[in-house]
Design a protein around this ligand. Structure first.
Ligand code: TXA
Ligand code: MG
Length: 330
């Protein structure tokens, strides 16, 4: 298996250099970002980019995010840079936010699925940063999972699902943010949130003023952000979201039906069948985000047929988590 471990803060330069060489040669490298693991390829090489779609089984209409080392490098892949982009880049880069802007001609259509815009972001994970600097090229990278499955937060998730389809997997342990970046289209006067993440709407509005929030686009049409495809990020288990007061009754019913059950709960139950795979998460959106996908992967590995999820709290700071739980449950 092509997986190597590195220190998340001080990755071995020899591993980074090997990965950079592979990327420059048109190969695929999975690497950690602060959000989730990405499946990287040279963003300026259409054949390398085609390998990403092939490895993931990703539909060709779903555009990729281009990762760059800093805002100056971002400006070299976009055609227009404006005050909204400058403000958000200054406030949040390096970090988990992707800006959608008009693309330059050098960015192949394969990256943007034929759109005239490109999503760019500067990741903050030291391994991603080291790799971008060593490679010296923009790296196109979707989450390193088969299309429609849960994003990887561990190197082992990538190895287990994409395995030999990747030339190298750089494993640096769990990704600190845990869900994918906030995606915002800043190509128009009114910015539009395409995918919520851990950077919240109020935090963004404090920088650029009022923003629009795209409603979920219908599958197969108006594909402004396929991150908005309804079922996405889904585990194999059937996921049911229930009100806190109903959790124990639903768990009992599922067990009584003889199913293998997982539970993702915020409030500890008073009594719980010992055969239930229980993951308890605190009522803190950042910690919840960090643990959500690893819990979903663990339920799948345990062979759960159904996963009972306690409804997450209301509130703007929960938007990213609520979105991912909602998509996993449909
Ligand atoms: O945190 C992340 O963003 C991770 C890490 C690896 O950086 N990447 C990630 O990539 O989540 P992916 O491909 O799984 O999701 C990319 C999202 C999709 O929802 C896609 O539609 C949107 O970004 N996107 C990319 N380019 C776009 C564009 N030009 N216009 C609208 N949406 C775009
Ligand atoms: Mg993805």
């Amino acid at each position: 298996m092509p997986l190597v471990h590195v220190d998340p803060f001080e990755p071995d330069p020899a591993v980074i250099e090997r990965a950079a060489e592979l990327l420059r040669a048109g190969r695929l490298v999975a690497f950690p970002t602060e959000t989730v693991y990405g499946l990287g390829a040279n963003a300026l090489d259409p054949e390398a980019v085609a390998r990403i779609y092939e490895a993931k089984g990703r539909p060709s209409y779903n555009p990729l995010i281009v990762h760059v080392s800093d805002a100056a490098a971002a400006r070299s892949v976009v055609r227009e840079w404006n005050d909204r982009a400058e403000g958000l880049a200054t406030a949040f880069w390096p970090g988990p936010i992707t800006l959608v802007l008009p693309k330059r001609a050098e960015v192949p259509d394969a990256v943007t699925a034929g759109l005239d815009t490109v999503g760019v972001r500067v990741p903050s994970h030291p391994v991603a940063r080291a790799l971008l600097l060593a490679a010296g090229i923009p790296i196109a990278a979707p989450s390193a999972n088969p299309s429609m499955m849960v994003s990887p937060t561990l190197g082992a998730h990538v190895e287990g699902s994409l395995g030999e389809r990747v030339d190298l997997i750089i494993d640096a342990g769990p990704t600190p943010v845990g869900i994918e970046s906030t995606v915002i289209d800043v190509s128009h006067a009114m910015p539009t949130l395409l995918r919520p993440g851990t950077i919240t709407v109020p935090e963004i509005e404090a920088v650029v003023g009022p923003i629009a929030i795209a409603s979920g686009a219908a599958e197969g049409v108006a594909r402004a952000s396929p991150g908005m495809m309804e079922r996405h990020y889904a585990p194999r288990a059937r996921l049911v979201v229930v009100e806190p007061a109903d959790v124990e009754r639903v768990l009992a019913d599922e067990r009584a039906a003889g199913r293998r059950v997982g539970a993702l709960l915020i409030s500890a139950p008073t009594a719980i069948d010992r055969s239930i795979i229980l993951v308890l998460v605190p009522a803190d959106p950042a910690v919840y985000a960090q643990r959500l996908y690893s819990a979903l992967h663990a339920f799948d590995e345990a062979g759960c047929e159904v996963v009972v999820v306690e409804r997450v709290p209301e509130g703007v700071e929960w938007l990213g988590v609520r979105d991912r739980v909602g998509r996993a449950g449909r």
